[in-house]
Design a protein. Structure first.
Length: 124
């Protein structure tokens, strides 16, 4: 494996972030267009708040419904991809700092990843 350096690590992380955001935006756009095609005359009632249906509140159900081509689940999947992008960036930073043998930043990045995952998995 080639020697890791800061410039190479920054380039890879930058490309990871760019690809993640573009993928998420594409998935949301596809889901949005599909929703508008299937529901051309639907109107939104802003006078009353309605939360997301139960099938859009857990990752396995979102993935299953997106695979079944439910438009709202496709949009929700795109939003999950957008949330996952910076988490993957931190995970990749851990690997990069590890190969650079920068133990302080490896530890700090691992702590940040642990905090991110805890907050994502224990949100109410």
């Amino acid at each position: 494996m080639k020697q890791w350096d800061d410039t190479r690590l920054e380039l890879i992380i930058g490309n990871l972030l760019r690809a993640g955001v573009l993928l998420a935006a594409t998935v949301v756009l596809i889901g949005g267009v599909y929703y508008l095609v299937r529901n051309p005359h639907s109107q939104v009632n802003y006078s009353r708040f309605e939360g997301e249906p139960a099938e859009l509140r857990s990752i396995p159900l979102i993935v299953r419904n997106a695979a079944a081509l439910h438009s709202l689940a496709i949009i929700q999947l795109g939003l999950l991809l957008l949330i996952a992008t910076p988490v993957l960036r931190v995970a990749f930073a851990i690997v990069g700092f590890y190969f650079e043998r920068d133990w302080l930043y490896t530890g700090v990045s691992a702590l940040v990843l642990a905090i991110l995952l805890y907050s994502l998995l224990h949100a109410t």
